[in-house]
Design a protein around this ligand. Sequence first.
Ligand SMILES: Nc1ncnc2c1ncn2[C@@H]1O[C@H](COP(=O)(O)OP(=O)(O)OP(=O)(O)O)[C@@H](O)[C@H]1O
Ligand SMILES: [Mg+2]
Length: 261
Amino acid sequence: MSIAAVFNQKGGVGKTTTTLNIAAALSARERHPLVIDLDPQASLTLAMGLRNVPREASLYAFFKDGRPLADLVRRHPSGVDLIPGSFDLSKIEALHGNDMTISRRLAEGLQALSMARPVLLDCSPALGVLSLNALLAAERVLMPVAADYLSLEGANKLTAALDVLETRLGKRFERRVVITRFDARRRLTAEIHRTLQQRFGERLCRTVIKENVALAESPMHGKDIFAFSSSSQGAQDYRALTEELESAGFFGAVVADRTPT
Ligand SMILES: Nc1ncnc2c1ncn2[C@@H]1O[C@H](COP(=O)(O)OP(=O)(O)OP(=O)(O)O)[C@@H](O)[C@H]1O
Ligand SMILES: [Mg+2]
């Protein structure tokens, strides 16, 4: 199983958009991904067309009542499996904010699932107990960084936070950075691109995700970009990004998976 956390503690940089559309592109490549919505805002769940998921049917039930992850999986028409989030997840943050004992819960739950397919974890913009669960479960971290000045600063903080975590947790993350909301008309964009290239070298994805209105509109319709507008710039970019990451082995080896969930 290959588990990637899509993480950046800066808000609104494209974590959910990236999770949603990479998963859909992986599904089109018959990789049968599983996505997990770890954000109490439940944006990924909404973007996949699910509203008002009862907490018993969401990731909350896994953390609160010990429901197995397999019971919570729902298949989306795109072929992507989703474990939905719900607002109640904020209670897990509130209850267990300083309780490190639950921080390995997701890693254990995913181990019990034992699937040979990619898992993507959509994190909230906070380094709380839910994101910590994601980072302890994942061996890879995909960091979307929006092409603006504050996001560039945020990328430095994120790198420092991951360095500290690696030391504390005694593990190494395979890291990739992807630039999102790229607008070639802005002079600042080229500068930010250069700076990130210098800072991250080959860990910076060659594919950039351009600012694209279809990417902003598709979640409103509960659709990924391929179902919403398969010829849009956003669809082209996420297809190319997925191919790039896939050929770098970021989603693990391609193994025939015959399990239905
Ligand atoms: N390339 C893009 N072009 C246009 N709009 C985009 C693009 N990427 C993301 N957006 C829009 O920007 C907003 C923030 O994106 P998204 O929700 O993916 O960020 P996030 O990092 O998951 O946010 P949060 O930190 O709140 O979880 C959304 O409204 C989304 O539709
Ligand atoms: Mg999000």
